[in-house]
Design a protein around this ligand. Sequence first.
Ligand SMILES: Nc1ncnc2c1ncn2[C@@H]1O[C@H](COP(=O)(O)OP(=O)(O)OP(=O)(O)O)[C@@H](O)[C@H]1O
Length: 626
Amino acid sequence: ASETESLLKFKNSLVIGRENGLKSWHRRNPTCKWIGVLCDRGFVWGLQLENFELSGYLDIEALTGLKSLRSLSFMNNKLGGPFPEFKKLVALKSLYLSNNQFDVKIPKDAFDGMGWLKKLHLEHNKFRGEIPASLANSPKLLELRLDGNRFTGQIPEFTHKPHMLNLSNNALAGPIPKILSTMDPKFFEGNNGLCEKPLDTKCSSPYSLSPEPKDNSKKKSSMFLYIVAAVVAALAVILIIIGVIIFLNHRRKKKQSLLTAEPGPSSLQLRAGIQESEKGQSSYHSQNRAAKRMIHTTKLSFLRDDKGKFELQDLLKASAEILGSGCFGASYKTLLSNGSLMVVKRFKHMNNAGTEEFQEHMKRLGRLNHENLLPIVAYYYKKEEKLFVSDFVGKGSLAAHLHGHKSLGQPSLDWPTRFNIVKGVGQGLLYLHKNLPSLMAPHGHLKSSNVLLNENFEPLLMDYGLIPMINEESAQELMVAYKSPEYLKQSRVTKKTDVWGLGVLILEILTGKIPESFPQNSKDSEEDLASWVKSSFRGEWTPELFDQEMGKTNNCEAEILKLLRIGLSCCEVDVEKRLDIREAVEKMEDLIKEREQGDDDFYSTYASEADGGSSRGVSSEAINLS
Ligand SMILES: Nc1ncnc2c1ncn2[C@@H]1O[C@H](COP(=O)(O)OP(=O)(O)OP(=O)(O)O)[C@@H](O)[C@H]1O
């Protein structure tokens, strides 16, 4: 109850611009059900109030009543005023204030005593003055984003190197501290006055005389002491690691022998349940007793309430059918006893985030709501197993429609349907970019098998927002964002990387070619779908370039060419010249406006094709492309 009161007091200090923003924050609802409140075992550990158009002030004093509070996010709001006294929340691990309107100096001691702080995102505000020294001394700081502010002065000496540090686009000057000299130069760009490594500019005086210690002999002896201490500490750590490995091995062996005593194939309950169904249709009853008993101990975390509650065993009880396996694992279709068709997707390579971070990010994804995004209904999280549950989408993937249906003798997608799909994909992406602005590529894995089509052939994006959770090495190997030219050539992923993905999808939908069938992109090879289209396109109607399966295109050639050009502008190798997502969507909307103002051939073409039954079309409501 006291947590409820603390939160209600906190709410009183806020001005909430978004209609019905915090309506659920009411005593009659359980606190852990309030929007943006993250709980663990009934205690509040996080607040995630993003995109609520919040202003007013943050009553940090009220939050001191939440003893388990570890994470605060107020990204994408309109907050300003004096820097709140976050240091009263000594146990805080992450703090996100990105994209707000803070226009103040941060006091030097603002982070004193926050010994657990790991992540601090203050980017895209108007913070002024020097970077507070208390931040540079913060012992556990791993991620610091201060980019897009107006910080001035020199970068303070950091006591250790954070994993991620972005100071770009401020007004900083002077030498970059040595400890940061191996970081990516792009994180220091846009400051004008910074010098020394990793930047190419050398410092001129007075900076060249910068911090050389006065007493060298003192420094040397303390260096020696440091080295001795470091060696002793390293030895101790190695001994502890060896001890832990021996202990874990011993325990694993013990566990394995227990499990193999049970009849049945596998030690891992989920794998056991699912692998059986991989063989085809299977039922819960055929699974071994060990699996049965252990499944009862598993709990799904729900991100949506509109689906009713079910458990993992309900999903596995039903007959399951494998839909396919992608880079991350397999997807299974299963029928719940209430008649709902659900899909369970297993994710491998998802150990980039710790438990709390994972849950936090899942809640963020769970709050997204757009007609072109496939919602995640629930998820299952264990260190060794991650499952996502979503609705089954009737018409399957765009990839199957473009490349799989010919062989089955089914009609393919016609031009109006294809255009409608591309437009929906663009709008879904734009929404992701607006609502997940802190992700470097808010989708990150756009490809035609991750675009599903509902009964009206409207597209639904899936597998979005995953980058923060995927292990870096696997991400580089598997995810579409990491196959873009900027990643292959400059090891960079940016917001425009998703636009590259959209461009490839446009070219794929127009040409019917499979992007993966081109020689695998590599540092030496330029050959990909985009470069093939660029070299084959003569600037005019080139019938052999386009997918013959699209059917008749009479009177629509001009539109198709315009979309091709949009696709090519999204596939500009030079990221600066490439459209951003808003421009790409606007260009598609312009195409619709032109059509509406000009001719109605589009509709007549569509109607004649649909009448002839020669092509798969959308319903008449769905071709309302406005
Ligand atoms: N919710 C769903 N509804 C209908 N079909 C789905 C759903 N989720 C996945 N599928 C289908 O299952 C197939 C396998 O999907 P999965 O996501 O496992 O792999 P992928 O998309 O090919 O690759 P990746 O693992 O890189 O995303 C997809 O082609 C898609 O058609």
